[in-house]
Structure formats: structure tokens, C-alpha cells
Design a protein around this ligand. Structure first.
Ligand code: MRU
Length: 347
């Protein structure tokens, strides 16, 4: 069974499944310029930590195509600015900065005399990022599958499948691997207010894969865990600090508190590129705040009274102490995470 292909670079364009429109429409958004890529990341045409990193890498390719005939100094200046804009399109998922850093390093290795070939060279690097992401998600999913008991009922949050990650996914990749292994698993998917990634995207991916799934309002999770109806929780991450504190979609922290209270295993699944070695703990993670309309409106219809103040952080940080294990493509890490990350992953 293949995975959903959420991004493809062909005919000098990056073609993305437009995640804003699912499940109502299966439509594509074409990025013909790097500015289109910046827009696609900011507006969440593409979202999910590894997916925005890979999209930014192709954004760098589009920039090199656009600037290839400029004088070398101007080429470098414009490329730098484009990479800065891609880097800054969203602040929390470190995979974005990781991918842009790789593209900067590839660019730095290109001499002025080879400027004409820069787009081709950068395209090879972007293709490598995409291919590596796919391979990493397969490995991570298999490592995670080993933690899933037969017949498990799995709770997940946000969308961490093939739409968010080139390949199988992270948290949802583990669910898919367990399902494909015939483990008879089923899923409770949080709707994930306010952007509804669970209702719109995870529910859609579960149906595509034929995995038994039940959609719940976010506030139902505690009742399910108290009643012993959840075998394990598995979520993705946008940035993991060196001590294991993990940023993920808003609401994840609350799930982790309940899981700890009712002794439900709580797993975080992410590639090593999500670990920010420069960030000692979760206090250093920048949390994106998004616009008020995401909370005051539903599908463009105002549901809250005019004049009310809104607080809309897109992510929260789950303390390492609430995490049972972190699943990466290099293996499963157990507490104490600072030691496990330093010993098993290193830099
Ligand atoms: O705001 P989003 O939809 O980009 O947030 C995505 C998440 O929080 C995912 O759980 C995270 O990126 C991990 S996906 C592999």
C-alpha cells in the first residue's frame, strides 16, 4: 500500500495538496515562485513539521531559478533574503530551520562560476531531504510499531500522517505500521481545535488507509483515559529540546497531564531533525501565536461576539517528565531524555 503523495516537484513547480481544502476538496496548490512557498507555509496550504521543511527546500530551488541570471553578488543577496523569508515563515517547527540550513550549506558550496547550475544543485539537495524524510518516517514507524500491543486503542492529536510528513508519517505512521502488521488497532482522533487538523486531515487519512477511527471533540480525551479505553497516546512534535521537552500542537500538554494521571503510556514520535540541540529545555521554544479569527470564526462564520479578546497559541510544550518514550528513526529513547539524546543521537 502506498502513501499519499502530498508534495511533488515537477515542471519547475512545487505541487502541494492544498490541506486547507481537505476533506471537502482534493485540490492542488502550485508554487511557481519561492514567494508562493512562503505563502503556502504561512497560510498552512502545507503544514506539519517535516512537510514545511521539505517545501522550504524546494522554495530555495525556485529562488535559484528566478535569480540565476543576476550578477553573482546580487544573486547571493537575493538568495539570502529568500532563505530568510522561508526560514521565518513559521517559528515553532525546527524542521523548517533545519531544512533551510541545509539549503544554505548547499548554496555556500556553489562557486560563482557554477551559478548557472545552482538550481540543479539545490534541487538535488531538496530531493535528498524529501527522500531522507520518507525513509526516516518508515523506520520511525517500524520502531514505534514495536511499542503497540495487539488490539490497541490509540489516541492521537493533530495530523501527523503523510500530509504532515513525506512518507508514512510520525505518530500516524506508527498507527499505519501497526495496522499494516495486522494488529487490529483502532484510533481516537482529537478534532484539534482551532484548525481542526484531526477532524479534517487525520480522519481523512484514517479513511484512506481503512484504519478504524473515531473522531472526538478534544475535551473527550480525559473521559476516555479515565475509563481505561485508551491503550496509549502517540503524538508528533514540532521541536524537541535537548532535555526531551517537546512542543506540539496546542492541547498536547493537556493530554500528557491526563495520560500521566491515569498511567496511559504517552509517546512522542519525530525524526531526529526535530531535535533542537541548541535549545536546552522547552522554555526556549518559540510558540507561534495565530490570528484571532481561527478562534472567533468557524468556516468564515463569526461565532464569538465582537470585542472579545482572544489568545491563540498554536503549540504548547509537554514536559519531558510526562513522556514515556520518544520514537525516532534512530530508535526509541527513554528517560532521562537528556542523557538518551546525548548518548544515542549526539550531534
Ligand atoms: O500547525 P500545524 O498543523 O503545522 O501543526 C502540526 C503539528 O503540531 C504536528 O503534530 C507536528 O508538526 C508533527 S507532524 C509530523
Amino acid at each position: 500500500m502506498g502513501s499519499i503523495i502530498a508534495m511533488e516537484f515537477a515542471s519547475d513547480k512545487l505541487r502541494l495538496i492544498d490541506q486547507r481544502k481537505l476533506p471537502g476538496a482534493y485540490a492542488f496548490f502550485e508554487c511557481a515562485t519561492y514567494e508562493d512557498c512562503v505563502f503556502a507555509i504561512k497560510d498552512m496550504v502545507v503544514r506539519g513539521a517535516p512537510a514545511i521543511g521539505a517545501s522550504a527546500a524546494y522554495g530555495a530551488v525556485l529562488a535559484a531559478m528566478a535569480f540565476k541570471d543576476l550578477a553573482p553578488a546580487e544573486f547571493r543577496r537575493r538568495m539570502d533574503r529568500a532563505l530568510d523569508q522561508l526560514n521565518d515563515a513559521r517559528p515553532t517547527a525546527v524542521n523548517l530551520m533545519w531544512a533551510v540550513k541545509r539549503m544554505r550549506a548547499a548554496l555556500a558550496g556553489i562557486s560563482d562560476a557554477s551559478q548557472g547550475a545552482a538550481a540543479d544543485i539545490l534541487k538535488k539537495e531538496a530531493d535528498s531531504i524529501l527522500a531522507e524524510d520518507i525513509a526516516k518516517s518508515e523506520k520511525l514507524s517500524e520502531f514505534g510499531n514495536a511499542l503497540v500491543p495487539h488490539g490497541a486503542t490509540i489516541l492521537t492529536h493533530c495530523n501527523t500522517g503523510s500530509l504532515a510528513v513525506p512518507g508514512l508519517g510520525t505518530a500516524l505512521g506508527i498507527v499505519k505500521a501497526a495496522h499494516r502488521a495486522g494488529k487490529n488497532v483502532s484510533v481516537y482522533a482529537d478534532e484539534t481545535r482551532p484548525r481542526m487538523q484531526g477532524a479534517r486531515l487525520t480522519a481523512w487519512e484514517l479513511l484512506q488507509e481503512g484504519i478504524p477511527g473515531t473522531l472526538i471533540a478534544d475535551s473527550v480525551a480525559a473521559t476516555l483515559m479515565r475509563d481505561g479505553r485508551i491503550s496509549l497516546v502517540v503524538v508528533g512534535a514540532d521541536r524537541i529540546a535537548a532535555n526531551g521537552d517537546s512542543a506540539n500542537k496546542i492541547g498536547t500538554f493537556m493530554l500528557s497531564v491526563v495520560a500521566r494521571r491515569y498511567e496511559v503510556p504517552f509517546y512522542v514520535a519525530a525524526p531526529v531533525s526535530t531535535i533542537d540541540f541548541g535549545c536546552p529545555d522547552g522554555g526556549g521554544i518559540i510558540i507561534e501565536e495565530r490570528c484571532a479569527e481561527e478562534v472567533t470564526e468557524i468556516e468564515g462564520t463569526r461565532v464569538a461576539p465582537e470585542g472579545i479578546r482572544v489568545y491563540n497559541p498554536a503549540f504548547d510544550v509537554t514536559p519531558a517528565g510526562n513522556i514515556t518514550a520518544i520514537v525516532t528513526e534512530q530508535g526509541v529513547l527513554y528517560p532521562p531524555f537528556d542523557e538518551a539524546i546525548a548518548r544515542q543521537i549526539g550531534r
